[in-house]
Write a protein that binds this ligand. Sequence first.
Ligand SMILES: [Fe+2]
Length: 139
Amino acid sequence: MPTFEWTQDLAVRIELIDEQHKMLFQRANDVSQAIDNGQALTQIIKTLDFLIDYTHFHFSTEENHMQANNYPGLEAHQTSHRELVNTLNDLERDFKEEGATFQLADALNSFLNNWLVKHIKGIDVQFGNFLKEKDIQLN
Ligand SMILES: [Fe+2]
């Protein structure tokens, strides 16, 4: 069973963003599965790198569309993205230094869960609402 599951209540109702969020969930699951299956650290780091790469791609997609549409929440959203990226990088560094300890796996899981649910429900949904109100389509 996947650890992280995208459910309809996480929809921002903008297809491009919802599809990218689903991919983020998939990559997060890849990481947690690599850890659960006791894979080698290099393999775990590889899945983390995939997640981090995709996170960068996804955050720039969101920020580019925010900028292009003069979204008033851009700056606050960028700050939130920066914090998420920093935490993710810190966690990856810790994995490299300490290995996949139970404590780290736990910290990573709660961070991902927190991010994927709270950030999406809390502020990505607001951007979705903004686009819907203005009847803007993204593609
Ligand atoms: Fe976001």
